[in-house]
Design a protein around this ligand. Sequence first.
Ligand SMILES: Cc1cc2nc3c(=O)[nH]c(=O)nc-3n(C[C@H](O)[C@H](O)[C@H](O)COP(=O)(O)OP(=O)(O)OC[C@H]3O[C@@H](n4cnc5c(N)ncnc54)[C@H](O)[C@@H]3O)c2cc1C
Length: 415
Amino acid sequence: MTQTRAAGATWSGNHRYHAIEVLLPGDLDELAEVVASARTLRVQATRHTFNDIADSDAALVSLERLPTRVEIGGDRVRVEGLVTFAELAPVLEAQGRALHNLGSLPHISVTGATATGTHGSGLRNGNLSSALRAVEIMDADGRTHRVDPSHEWFGAAALSLGALGIVTAVELQTEPTYTVTQEAFTGVGWDDIAADPARVFGGARSVSVFTTWGDPAHDLVWAKSDDGDLSWVAALGGQPVGDDIHLGRIRTVDNTTPRGSSGPWHTRLPHFRADALPSDGDEIQSEYFVPLASAPEALAAVRALAPVIDPHLLVTELRTVAADELWLSPAFQRDVMAIHFTWRNDTDGVLSVLPAIEQALARFDARPHWGKAFTLSGEQIRSTLARVDDFVSVAREADPRGVFRNDYLRRTLGL
Ligand SMILES: Cc1cc2nc3c(=O)[nH]c(=O)nc-3n(C[C@H](O)[C@H](O)[C@H](O)COP(=O)(O)OP(=O)(O)OC[C@H]3O[C@@H](n4cnc5c(N)ncnc54)[C@H](O)[C@@H]3O)c2cc1C
């Protein structure tokens, strides 16, 4: 008898799962039995999403009781089961290996992050899905397919929203380990940030800008460099904030990664430490991706909405993501600026402000972050993704019974 537990809610509590329970198979054979007998099934991983992407009107399944395995060889790492970046990174580091980038927190699962195009920042850094070199997917009949770049499904499988089946293992590209020095600066003028984003965002391996769209005291450039040279920020007027860092209206309490000293990549690339609660916690997030070339106009369009945005906003973070070839990627075939909002945890308030932002960004073909809150229609989203029909064909081929579909996929992709 497969163990179960209650479905609960997303990490921030903004979405309570409708699913009646979460099934907890203990090994791959039991997972195959669960899948084969399911009418509908979605995977719940570390729950750091802000919408119903992982929900189902029947059951969810979690891989949390399955054995995990991390195998490092050459320039690859194979990760099996439910593993977070916080668990994976030190194992890689101990073998002298690293990933090209990380998101703002290491608490998220490798499979959930790569299924949704989770990203950090950097003009030359693709999102975390772009580091995938193979994906192992269990289909609705319990059979496992290894999908690598030579497989016709790869463009869909490496950023799948869970629509092809259950990802039981992934292989990621690694590189030799490196160190990073980071510092956060106030005092850089908004015009210097917005007029020529490539100058600020291209200054280091990973650069984020925090803002509340008006108060200069909240404008913060957080730069992470592998060579330690951050003098370019000082040349733009930046002054290091020291220990008392706050991100817009989020006052961080002893939960950020060390600044002003060099350390292994995984201890500096995330903003938040693995052993502490990240961000605010009582929040909702949204994010939109526009072509980097249009960033100055897109930022001006959002800034014009500051009075509408302000009552609901904790902080905005701006980042860049390099183009990739994954069919549902927010960075599909274009370098993008990611315009992120951490909102107060008030669903009605957030839903009241999102349409204005989406309308302002429509002329830039803005794509939403799949795991965050948005109100764009499926038609609008699909119009920005040239290979979406190919994705839908692969999803139907991989999952002819529609076991892994849910309301979210019907709404966004017409699946
Ligand atoms: C505090 C905070 C900070 C964040 N920072 C960033 C950031 O810096 N950059 C960014 O891009 N995003 C960020 N996010 C968003 C988050 O990284 C993504 O939404 C990510 O998808 C969360 O993964 P998860 O496993 O926690 O979520 P889940 O909801 O558990 O899973 C996400 C999706 O992946 C599917 N999935 C998971 N595992 C599997 C599997 N094995 N097989 C098939 N499908 C699977 C799920 O069904 C679901 O559809 C942040 C979120 C929070 C709460």
